[in-house]
Design a protein around this ligand. Sequence first.
Ligand code: ACO
Length: 197
Amino acid sequence: RVSTMEFHFDVHKIFLEPVTKLDSSLIPPRRPLISSSEAQKQIMTVIDEIGKASAKAQRLPAPITSASRMQINKHHLYILKDCTPETAGRGVVIGFLKVGYKKLFVLDQKGSHIEAEPLCILDFYIHESLQRHGFGKELFNYMLRNEQVEVQHVAIDRPSEKFLSFLRKHYNLRSTIPQVNNFVVFEGFFRDRKASV
Ligand code: ACO
């Protein structure tokens, strides 16, 4: 069975760690085991395919994650690969998480507009067959540690019901502060923030 997140090339040769973080350069922190031009091509294929799979799962009219969009934005993309021995030689991507800093006006509890530049959760997807196995939590925690941000300080772009349930379950995030844009922030967003973010 070939799902949308399986590739005919060996994902383990381009992504050497369980989680690979990419920025606009699309160059992994650890050097791929194939030529850099070949690696670049395969990485772009992976990003385009997982972006499409996410859009389909969320019923979006078009993908919000693609290789070309990654190259023009200052986003960080975290890709989780399958490390089980069965996928040796080909490789399967389990899911991904895309984040980025954005300047936003965020309403506080009193309804005043506050200019902030929080880390925003922009796209998050775990393959259908692997949801509810804890992979989302693993990836999200990895991102929080890597970005050195507290979970209550992130803003979320149009969270799905599954994602809201995920945040309630793992991080006890329940009460939101009502906003006028598509971003959701939770109680605690304005507490103990680092300057300007
Ligand atoms: N229905 C309801 N809640 C779900 C579902 C589901 N099908 N799948 C996961 N969850 C939530 C629940 O709270 C669940 O806990 P429970 O099983 O006790 O109810 C919890 O997530 C499980 O945690 P993990 O296993 O760590 O999460 P998972 O690996 O499934 O990843 C994610 C969570 C990314 C939301 C995944 O379910 C997914 O890809 N969903 C489809 C795409 C999506 O909605 N992405 C978020 C879009 S919004 C945005 O990106 C800004």
